[in-house]
Design a protein. Structure first.
Length: 119
């Protein structure tokens, strides 16, 4: 997971317009490309969420009253670090464009339209 955080440090966290033709050229179809990116973004999101919760569990204290809230500077810094990371979709898109993702088509691909065929 540390590798993902290190890679994400160099990615611009702002959303920007992308060329759809470049995106579609990787798989032959824009929707397939977006599906690959979406699946990877979900994986990244879940991994980052689990890692953050594991780190924050160390600071969890069991108290009986709501009034006892303690601020921990280290906990706040960890939370801010994860908030500054780019969105998992942006990370997944960058990985896809840099050819760092492996993907495959599981079923037969039918790109022809039934209506366009002559009978």
């Amino acid at each position: 997971m540390t590798d993902i955080k290190n890679k994400a440090q160099g990615i611009d966290p702002n959303v920007s317009a992308r060329d759809i033709h470049t995106l579609a050229s990787k798989t032959g179809n824009a929707y397939r490309s977006l599906n690959v990116i979406a699946v990877r973004a979900r994986q990244l999101s879940q991994d980052l969420k689990n890692e953050l919760h594991k780190k924050l569990e160390e600071f969890a204290t069991v108290t009986d009253t709501i009034e006892e809230v303690h601020e921990n500077k280290e906990q706040i810094e960890i939370s801010k670090f994860y908030e500054r990371l780019p969105n998992p979709t942006i990370i997944a898109f960058q990985e896809f464009m840099d050819d760092e993702l492996e993907y495959r088509q599981l079923g037969p691909v039918d790109d022809s339209d039934d209506d366009s065929e002559e009978k």
